[in-house]
Design a protein around this ligand. Structure first.
Ligand code: C2E
Ligand code: MG
Ligand code: MG
Length: 553
């Protein structure tokens, strides 16, 4: 039953009203304004309506009315003032102060019941509309209502130009995990308020979901990094959080046929394009980004068919032993012979597949192909060279990985020591315990583990001690020093000595010149991979190379 709060000092009146209402409502009673406020403090959200007398001791009805209407949590509760027939001025005064309606004495049961019921219904409908229009956490528009309002504004103001700006708190999930959900909510609310104040009368704003917001504002001449930095500074000053980062993306409203939703997607995409870029607060969606997006889309659209139709080809790049002057191993690197886009290098599609999850399927295919090749080589009597395959971070998250690999090895009657698994250094950070335990499992099954791109910036030397690895693949820039500033000889020497002490095999990648090779030889690096010796090549080319080598021995 809905609750009615009856505020009336006169016992007889109270009883009469109680009798009228108590069949349909749960009636709570207060004898003056103060008592009624106490009840509200306890359970305002349960009360559907208030019936209020004006003349009462301690706190009269007018004072009570003013307080209720000026308190945010109470102000939406409808109030019916009960007056005497002859006091018209009371009614006017009460309505002026925010009373919703009034009933006059003597009480007519039907009239009272009718008014109470219709006011409650009115309020509940309004609340539902509110729920649809306003986000409960922040008070900003909901996504749906924002789209609708934005569309209305655009069609209603064809002479004006607008921009859609979206933002996202970087690593918000992490903040939530570390500080707790209530703190995360508080941060979102504070950001909502700052956004709402910044947008002010120039536009509208909403919370898209979680920590993502969207605004539509009249276009300014130009956005500057400082505009967005200011928002961040206000937020930081409120929360004493130094690490919070917000990325903004802007989509100019140019194409009239594009839905507001699509424009928000584009703005969000622009924001995502600057994730991890220090000091960069915003990016504008442009043709370049559009091109990239279309390319990504084409890659996503074509990937399954490409796999079915064997458009992916496994290339092989030999690794060499410096002292033996022979091929010591091979890295398998995938290529895509795209029917329209031509020959694609992994940089064009691997990051897309890592995002959409397809990498797991592709890698399984590559591993299977590699094992099939090895089987063939064994049958032809080639030397039993190990092949290193790349294992994406996304693969390692998959708890089935050990089974999958075991299955592939078994189906080609090979042993796991032939298939080296390259896991990039950056995969070890973040959810490292989980990843490390899966890698440990793989290693215990007999797969040699290689850390790819070692030294590209993530692992600490300290960590190296605890990681299940057999081989370090030294990141190219140690060899190439293309940044202009030469990598110091001492550092390279240190890494080589360290690898020796830890009994890790070290492979230097990206050796392109004789000078680089000499430098590595002098400081005692044994294994190398790079264009100086051989570029990645097709299976056919590789087999020809191997046969030449075998003939030379
Ligand atoms: P990575 O595993 O570090 O592979 C080494 C990359 O360096 C390869 O690029 C190789 O072609 C290139 N490279 C080799 N020697 C030289 C050299 O002397 N100079 C220069 N400048 N580059 C050299 P690629 O084939 O374009 O592959 C790029 C990355 O894509 C790989 O880096 C790997 O992370 C990823 N990738 C390639 N194939 C696969 C795959 O089948 N699965 C997964 N998950 N990732 C793959
Ligand atoms: Mg690799
Ligand atoms: Mg590498």
């Amino acid at each position: 039953m809905r609750k009615v709060l009856l505020v009336e000092d006169n016992l007889i009146n109270r009883k009469m009203l109680h009798d009228i209402l108590s069949d349909d409502y749960d009636v709570m009673e207060a004898q003056n304004g103060q008592q009624a406020l106490d009840i509200l403090a306890q359970c305002a959200e349960e009360i559907s309506i208030i019936l209020l007398d004006i003349v009462m001791p301690i706190m009269d009805g007018y004072t009570f009315l003013s307080i209720v209407k000026n308190t945010a949590q109470y102000s939406s509760i409808p109030i019916i003032v009960t007056t005497h027939n002859d006091h018209e001025s009371d009614e006017v005064l009460a309505l002026e102060r925010g009373a919703t309606d009034f009933v006059t004495k003597p009480y007519k049961a039907n009239v009272i019941l009718h008014r109470v019921a219709s006011l409650i219904k009115l309020r509940e409908t309004a609340a539902m509309v509110n729920l649809y229009q306003y986000d409960r956490l922040t008070g900003l528009y909901t996504t749906e209502y924002f789209y609708q309002q934005a569309r209305n504004i655009l069609t209603g103001n064809p002479d004006k130009t607008y921009d859609i700006a979206c933002c996202n708190i970087e690593k918000f999930k992490l903040l939530n995990d570390v500080f707790g959900i209530p703190a995360g909510d508080a941060l979102i609310r504070a950001l909502a308020q700052i956004i709402s104040e910044s947008v002010d009368k120039r536009g509208i704003a909403c919370r898209l979901w979680a920590d993502q917001f969207a605004c539509m504002v009249e276009r300014r001449s130009k956005y500057s990094n400082e505009d967005f930095e200011r928002i961040l500074d206000i937020l930081k000053s409120k929360f004493n959080l130094q690490n919070v980062v917000i990325k903004w993306g802007i989509c100019p409203v140019d194409a009239q046929d594009l839905s507001v939703e699509k424009m928000c997607d584009r703005a969000m995409l622009a924001a995502k394009s600057i994730y991890g870029q220090y000091g960069k607060h915003f990016a504008v969606y442009d043709d370049l980004m559009r091109g990239q997006m279309l390319q990504e889309q084409a890659i996503t659209d074509g990937m399954q068919e490409a796999l079915n139709e064997k458009q992916f080809e496994v290339f092989l790049q030999p690794q060499f032993s410096i002292s033996q002057n022979t091929i010591s191993g091979i890295e398998a690197l995938v290529r895509w012979k795209h029917p329209e886009m031509g020959f694609l290098s992994p940089a064009a599609f691997i990051p897309v597949f890592e995002k959409n999850g397809f990498i797991t399927k592709l890698d399984e295919y590559v591993w299977d192909r590699v094992c099939e090749m090895m089987r063939g080589w064994d049958e032809k009597g080639y030397p039993k060279l190990p092949v290193s395959v790349n294992v994406s971070r996304a693969d390692v998250y998959n708890a089935d990985l050990p089974d999958t690999l075991a299955q592939i090895i078994k189906s080609h009657a090979l042993t796991p020591d032939r298939l080296h698994l390259e896991v990039t250094e950056s995969a070890y950070i973040g959810n490292s315990e989980n990843i490390i335990s899966i890698i440990e499992k793989l290693r215990s099954m007999g797969f040699p583990i290689e850390m790819d791109d070692f030294g590209s910036g993530y692992s600490s030397l300290n960590m190296l001690n605890d990681l299940p690895i057999d081989v370090l693949k030294l990141d190219m820039r140690f060899v190439q020093n293309k940044t202009g500033k030469p990598i110091r000889h001492e550092i390279l020497q240190f890494i080589i000595d360290l690898a020796k002490k830890m009994k890790l095999k070290l492979i230097a990648e990206g050796v392109e010149t004789k000078e680089q090779l000499e430098r590595l030889r002098v400081i005692g690096c044994e294994y190398v991979q790079g264009y100086y010796f051989a570029k990645p090549m097709s299976q056919h080319e590789f087999e020809a190379l191997l046969e030449r080598e075998m003939a030379n021995v």
